[in-house]
Design a protein around this ligand. Structure first.
Ligand code: MLT
Ligand code: ZN
Length: 479
């Protein structure tokens, strides 16, 4: 059992490393760092440390290692799984990377960008754009989430179909290990077969193996043309077929293919208030399709029309609105991206983030929906997500008249177990892109094989033998 550190000794040691302005100890100052952004997880911490350099992170970690002080690394604190805030034991300090927010270099010949971990995703995207390049990761929280957190959670989002997850976008990494050693491999190489590719150990490890302090990321050419449509489809099966056709007709141009159920659209339009539906009438299922290419706008629009016509002919498509201006594009995307916040605001949402092979998405949605509605028929089936990747945000929402707390108390566990079980039975994942954190930690032991769990523990013990780094996250807590 770890005892809370002596607060004075801790503060003194940390101030000596990061200076007085790099330490927050008053409860009012630490509060935003110990509560997650959905206000579901509330922890305690004697101190939030804000280092300004990798060297300072290293010294902080070395001190904590020597004094058995647990550490919770934190980026933009946008985790949906409680992975970035401490537990309520009050033993762990939080290390926030927010002061390490410099873009260090952009190499437009190599098409890479080197940056510190605390750069926000939107700042990274803007820096790439200033150099007429694209950094393609796109997620709703881009204004707050940070590159270190994106890497630590292997962030996904709406453009994975085209560009991959964060793991696919990283070439080099710098990490401070639990004992303070620095593993620096800030290389921008697309080929490097020199043994184990250690950087990938830290990607998706949710800060349990080391603290990512810097990275080299891939840059892409900026697309010259973008075409977007908001399309009503018969059902999820028709949507899958439409995606197949879109890919056949446009090659690599399909950048996003997002499914949206009617209750998801109702919810978000109610939340936004001033935004009309892009389509006339109410439709059970819709998709937001985005094509991008290096060719001209006219030919890309023609391809989009060809896809929609093929869809109409096959009766997969019921109706469609094609964006005719940048304002339309932004409005369509705003509708999609605000679904998450609309749920947070409404409360009473059972958030399941699953993936199944694309060929099983439609049967999965049908089975899981029927099973949930059999339990509580008035549940609003808020289903949306990155269908092109087989990633379904299956988020049953409380009936309008039911109290959120009561609904969650009754159904959170049975419904998420049911949905996860069905996804698992389809050879799917119980966490497609949101990670494990603390929310899914105990489920992990149910769905990973004994061999997988043993290997994960062996890696954890090898890198963090004292279990000081983000303890109790991803892997079960051991006291
Ligand atoms: C999204 O796709 O909107 C995000 O993964 C967030 C969420 O599901 O809440
Ligand atoms: Zn998502």
């Amino acid at each position: 059992m770890t005892l809370p550190p002596n607060p004075e000794a801790l503060l003194q040691a940390m101030q000596a490393i990061v200076g007085p302005t790099g330490c927050l100890s008053a409860a009012a100052d630490t509060e935003p760092f110990v509560t997650d952004y959905r206000r579901i997880y509330h922890g305690k911490s004697p101190l939030v440390v804000l280092p300004a350099t990798t060297e300072q992170v290293s010294q902080v970690m070395a001190w904590c290692y020597a004094h058995d002080v647990p550490v919770v690394p934190q980026g933009g604190n946008t985790s949906l799984m409680g992975g970035a805030v401490p537990d309520d034991s009050g033993t762990a300090i939080v290390i926030s990377l927010k002061r390490m927010n410099r873009v260090l270099a952009i190499d437009t010949v190599n098409d890479t960008m080197t940056l510190e971990a605390g750069v926000t995703l939107s700042a990274a995207r803007a820096a790439a754009e200033d150099s007429r390049r694209l950094f393609p990761l796109r997620i709703g929280s881009e204004g707050s989430c940070q590159i270190g957190g994106n890497l630590s959670t292997n962030a996904g989002g709406t453009a994975v179909l085209r560009y991959g997850n964060m793991r696919d976008l990283v070439l080099g990494i710098e990490v401070v290990l639990p004992d303070g050693r620095i593993f620096s491999s800030l290389k921008g190489l697309r080929k490097d077969n020199t043994g184990y590719d250690l950087k990938h150990l830290f990607v998706g490890a949710e800060g349990t193996l080391g603290i990512i302090t810097g990275a080299v990321l891939k840059l892409m050419p900026q697309p010259r043309a973008t075409s977007v449509a908001f399309v009503a489809v018969q059902n999820p099966d028709a949507a899958v077929k439409l995606l197949g056709e879109a890919r056949a007709l446009s090659g690599q141009a399909v950048t996003a293919f997002e499914l949206i159920s009617a209750p998801a659209l109702d919810l978000v339009l109610g939340y936004l208030g001033d935004v009309p539906s892009p389509l006339e009438g109410r439709h059970d299922w819709m998709v937001l399709i985005e094509l991008t290419s290096g060719t001209d706008e006219e030919s890309l629009n023609a391809t989009l029309m060809q896809i929609l016509e093929a869809g109409l002919e096959q009766q997969w498509v019921v109706d469609a609105a094609v964006a005719s201006s940048l304002a339309d594009v932004q409005q369509f995307w705003r509708i999609r991206e605000e679904i998450s916040d609309a749920q947070t605001r409404t409360g009473g949402s059972i958030k399941c983030d699953v993936s199944v092979p694309l060929s099983r998405v439609a049967p999965f949605i049908e089975q899981a929906s029927a099973a949930v509605l059999a339990l509580e028929p008035a549940t609003r089936m808020v289903i949306y997500g990155h269908m092109g990747d087989g990633n379904v945000h299956f988020n049953p929402l409380r009936p309008a008249e039911r109290d959120a707390k009561d609904f969650l108390a009754q159904w959170y566990k049975p419904v998420s177990d049911l949905v996860d079980g069905l996804a698992h039975a389809e050879n799917g994942s119980i966490s497609a892109e949101h990670g494990i954190g603390v929310a899914k930690r105990d489920d992990l032991t149910k769905y990973k094989s004994a061999v997988e769990l043993e290997l994960m523990w062996q890696v954890k013990r090898a890198l963090d033998p004292k279990n000081l780094l983000n303890p109790g996250r991803v892997l079960p807590r051991i006291d």
